[in-house]
Ligand binder design. Structure first.
Ligand code: NAD
Length: 254
């Protein structure tokens, strides 16, 4: 879901390609579900299906981790959970700040899945003075005046931006100047960051637009299978679905 714009080379220093790194959380999610069901081993085919990945790709990905599984037995679930967690840096605690505690920021703060994956919400920050001191998810909101001190005192390297788009760059600049080197951006704007800072962008409306594109294509295929429409109907359909010149709508890249 996240659309990445990172300032790192396509291959990491330890030789694991970024595309593999991006799939590791998918494997981890599938493996964690198996672990919770006390499943001891899993074949590459089963795990690939659970993670929604091709099994040859999975085996190649795991070879970068030095994990080849055992023929006829498969992969040890617990060991793979440990290996992938270690590779993703999840065996250590990551304090995270969320900036912008409106509808989205509050929902993120209330999401229990961060803590269980090693991301501790260290602070909630908002520019609205009326919110200062009010608890959200049991954490009192702090004013943006305190942003730099919060980052420094908590050793925060990951910031989440959930402010309106117009405030996001300024918030980003302050986070980076204070020492944050990874940003998860929910605001619908492109952030400019210096070399060495990673930005991941989450935009649910882009995901919906991509689904809409596929839905439209499926509808088009069904209509084609049903045979040609009467001339007037065809004209009406084109103007309703595709815009005046009949082009498919532009879809922003994921
Ligand atoms: N990525 C997605 O899929 C997705 C989904 C929903 C919303 N959004 C985006 O997330 C952002 C927040 O949406 P929302 O519905 O929570 O909005 P909201 O208006 O409910 O909350 C925004 C919060 O940001 C605070 N804020 C404003 N300027 C600030 C600043 N300079 N520093 C710190 N805090 C500041 C406001 O006081 C407010 O509490 C918007 O940019 C919205 O477009 C993204």
């Amino acid at each position: 879901m996240a659309t990445g714009r990172t300032h790192r080379p396509a291959t990491r220093s330890r030789g694991i390609p970024e595309a593999t790194v991006a799939r590791l959380p998918l494997y981890l999610r599938a493996l964690t579900a198996l672990s919770e069901r006390s499943v001891p081993t899993v074949s590459s085919e089963e795990l690939a299906a659970a993670a929604g990945v091709n099994s040859a790709k999975l085996r190649k990905d795991f070879s970068y981790l030095g994990s080849y599984g055992t023929r006829g037995v498969g992969y040890d679930v617990e060991y793979l959970v440990y290996q992938i967690s270690r590779e993703l840096g999840l065996t250590q605690d990551w304090p995270v700040v969320i900036v912008g505690i409106g509808n989205l920021g509050a929902a993120l703060a209330n999401y229990g899945g961060f803590a269980s994956r090693g991301f501790r919400v260290a602070a909630l920050i908002d520019a609205d003075p009326a919110m200062a001191g009010k608890p959200v998810a049991g954490i009192p909101v702090q004013h943006t005046d305190e942003l730099e001190a919060i980052i420094r005192d908590n050793g925060v390297s990951i910031g989440v931006i959930a402010t309106p788009a117009g405030a996001a760059q300024q918030v980003c600049d302050r986070l980076v100047a204070a020492g944050v080197t990874s940003i998860l951006n929910f605001a619908p704007t492109v952030l400019n960051v210096p070399e060495g800072v990673d930005v991941r962008k989450v935009d649910l409306s882009i995901e919906l637009q991509i689904l809409a594109f596929h839905e439209q294509r499926k509808a088009g295929e069904e209509a084609a299978a049903e045979g040609p429409l009467p001339a007037a109907g065809a004209a009406r359909k084109r103007s309703a679905d595709q815009g005046p010149d009949g082009d498919v709508p532009a879809v922003m890249p994921a």
